[in-house]
Design a protein around this ligand. Structure first.
Ligand code: GDP
Length: 215
């Protein structure tokens, strides 16, 4: 099982170059008003706490300390903004959702921020919805996808931690995820399989992002 698609070699190279230069942390935003002006293409990464979002952003950008990797789920409570120094691209790292032990008012606050961001940001081109490869889509992943479908915000599912599964387990989770997105209007049909630990799927993800910038 592989996530490989027949990408144009020029786009693969474009994706590599896009992430060859450093991304820098700009700021963390707890309110919409703190966000930078809508002056460049944005992509956002969303997912349950502990899905491997920080690890994936770090691996994608080739920087170990860009996004905080933490074993304390729910620690990242802001929209964290990273920008390319050479390209017209901004990455928005969204607060992880579904952390059971988080206080209710905090959860309400993030949910509102996430909702406002996802539905009101004209420069947001795509949301990468990260789903743990070991678990497949959970209720709160489906809730986020519902919201993105309703708001007509393009999104693509990225399965994480592929190295923790056997090939036949991966096939099962890919099939379940395909079934979960089949009738969703804003979902990209191609699911990207990744492992930050092994570097799997990073090329695909970079290529998909490069294609977004070109389109
Ligand atoms: P976040 O809360 O979504 O930002 O998740 P983190 O990136 O902090 O990762 C949560 C845990 O999963 C950490 O212990 C990571 O080391 C681990 N992890 C993340 N990505 C991978 C991966 O690709 N493979 C494996 N085996 N572990 C991973």
């Amino acid at each position: 099982m592989t996530s490989q698609t027949d990408y144009d070699p020029l786009m693969i190279e474009r994706g590599r170059l896009l992430f060859a230069r450093p991304f820098l942390f700009v700021k963390g935003c707890v309110r919409l008003a703190d966000l930078p002006p809508m002056d460049r293409v944005e992509i956002a990464f969303a997912g349950r706490s502990n899905v491997g979002k920080s690890s994936l952003i770090n691996a994608l950008c080739g920087t170990s300390g860009l996004a905080r990797t933490s074993n304390t789920p729910g620690r990242t409570q802001e929209l964290n903004i990273f920008e390319s120094q050479s390209e017209n691209l901004r990455i928005v790292d969204m607060p992880g959702y579904g952390y059971a032990k988080a206080p209710e008012d905090k959860v309400r606050q993030w949910t509102r921020l996430i909702h406002q961001y996802l539905t009101g940001r004209a420069t947001l081109r795509r949301v990468y919805v990260l789903i743990d490869g070991r678990h497949g889509p959970k209720d709160n992943d489906l809730t986020v996808m519902n919201e993105l479908d309703l708001s007509a915000v393009s999104y693509q599912v990225v399965l994480t931690k592929a190295d923790k599964l056997l090939a036949r387990e991966l096939e099962k989770v890919v099939a379940a995820t395909k079934a979960a997105i089949a009738k969703r209007p804003a979902a990209h049909p191609h699911i990207i399989l990744t492992s930050s630990a092994k570097g799997t799927g990073l090329k695909d993800l970079r290529t998909e992002i490069a294609m977004l910038l070109e389109s």
